[in-house]
Design a protein around this ligand. Sequence first.
Ligand code: DX5
Ligand code: ZN
Length: 209
Amino acid sequence: MEIAVSYLSSYYSKEKTIELIENTSANYIHVDLMDGGFVANKNFTTEEVIELLKEHKKPLDIHLMTFDPIIYIEELSGLNPEYITFHLEATKEVIKTIECIKRRNIKVGISIKPNTNILELMPYLPLIDLVLIMSVEPGAGGQSFIKDSIKRLEELVKIRIDNNLNFKISMDGGINNETIKLVPNLDIAVSGSYVCKSNDYETQIKTLK
Ligand code: DX5
Ligand code: ZN
């Protein structure tokens, strides 16, 4: 299983947190962007994200918790991210958004909130590279893992097998050394506070792998 680390909640500054993540065995830096509309919190502007990550070494896994994802995709594509993931609930222009990401040779992810029916993803699954299942309500780090996510993962794995598809499955929210054991079929686990609110990032990451 691959690990993406979110620097949203940390004991250190964002700059220091990113430097610490870069020096671990994490596979990706998970970049959370909140607009204060799609989710109540607003964190960074795209300019701040670009400034913070312009010299990144690890691949970026960008998670847009925003309305109008296309605006953000255009602005953030210069960072050359591995994935850009937007929320199915955030736009009516899902196909247009997928195409906008693909055109820039970036892998496409779609994320769903805990109460969105998995079956709503069906029309898009053959077109995308990643599904990000939210295991908390998006908008803040440090929340508890919603147990129903285990069933949702199994449902999506079955859909993938039955339809002979090969998108990756990622999960985000409340992932720690205990909850990770409940979701062994994940391809990528996103972890924030479990890693970044510790004094030894690498030790925490090793317990997830
Ligand atoms: C939540 C964000 C997550 C968050 C994860 O809305 O999308 O990426 O930072 O943090 P933890 O692991 O603390 O739940
Ligand atoms: Zn996230």
